[in-house]
Design a protein around this ligand. Sequence first.
Ligand code: ADP
Length: 388
Amino acid sequence: LNVETPLVWLAGLLAIACLTLLWAWRSERERARRRPAEARETARALAGERAARAATEARAHAAAEVAGEAILFTGADLRVQDANRVAAGLFPGALAGHSIIEITRHPELDALAAEALRGEDPPERQVVLGDRVYRARAARVAGDAPGVALALLDITELRRLGRARRDMVANIAHELRTPIASIRLLVDTLAGGALDDRPLAGSLLDKVAVEIDALQQLADEMFDLAQLESGQALIRLVPVDAAELLADAAARLAPQAARKQLQLGVPPAPGPRVLADPEQTRRVLVNLLHNAVKHTPAGGTITLAAQDEPEWVVLSVADSGPGIAPEDQPRIFERFYRADRARAGEGSGLGLAIARHIVQAHGGRIWVESVYGRGATFRFTLPRADGG
Ligand code: ADP
């Protein structure tokens, strides 16, 4: 027993040591096996983070490029570090490193950026750069490298449309006022005793009817114009003889022309064939002819023509009237524009605006040539039926 006991102890201890070593070796081997996987995992996480950051940057860049606004990015010194394409187009020349005031030459934009940098929430401002109006907004770029994003949106067109709409409403109100005032006066006259005088009452009622017709025409023209401007008017193109269109319009205006002893010259049929909506084209021609008859003094001449050109047929209405002053020529196609204000009440000023819309819906153009005092020639183009 006394010889064997230490041996047994020794053997036990040895066995424990072996087992411990074996365990340590195995766990080290396991750790070594796992180490590359962990490293790979960390590398993958880092790459993922980098990709996410790159995607955010790419999105921010794309957002700046797709924006209709000019965007300038500055550092905390309010010097430009980056700009989108619209900004590069708006401010030609080098932008990076230059201050906002150097680039825009507008102290208000500098003040706006400074407010945003201080963390204030500056209200947007309207600024004029050259001949355009911009809405300017600025926001602080937060983070380790603070700065400002300054955005400029061109609102010139928006403001013009707003003004056009207000003008339109004012014009309509103005156009309505004259016939309504006339009708009021006529009705008052009738109520004040003229009703008992049969012949007088009859002539006053005729005048009421004329004013109501004018109102009806105004309402019709405004409706047509609204349809044409919204693109809802259907234009059905068919091949037609241009000379026939001219003859048809001339026939409609012949009685008025005869009353003023005006000579109406119409080209012989057949003429060149055009691709047009006959009804709408007739409206353009009747309108131009009506103006010619209205403005040409008695005994004058009105000449209609259709001229064949390589791609287009040019239709024209020429008169020997007073013509149109050079400053009015570009404006007479605007709605409600009348060159001769003294003759207000003789038309709504919508006729040529409607004519222009119809011609443009055919892909053509309309213009006037006139030497003031020596007549006016209105021309418009229509596509040739055989495509030229
Ligand atoms: P209106 O209803 O007043 O005729 P239009 O749009 O047809 O409206 O014409 C606009 C303006 O253009 C007219 O008010 C007139 O001053 C001028 N105008 C049009 N045609 C002629 C013409 N043949 N000769 C002289 N002035 C013309």
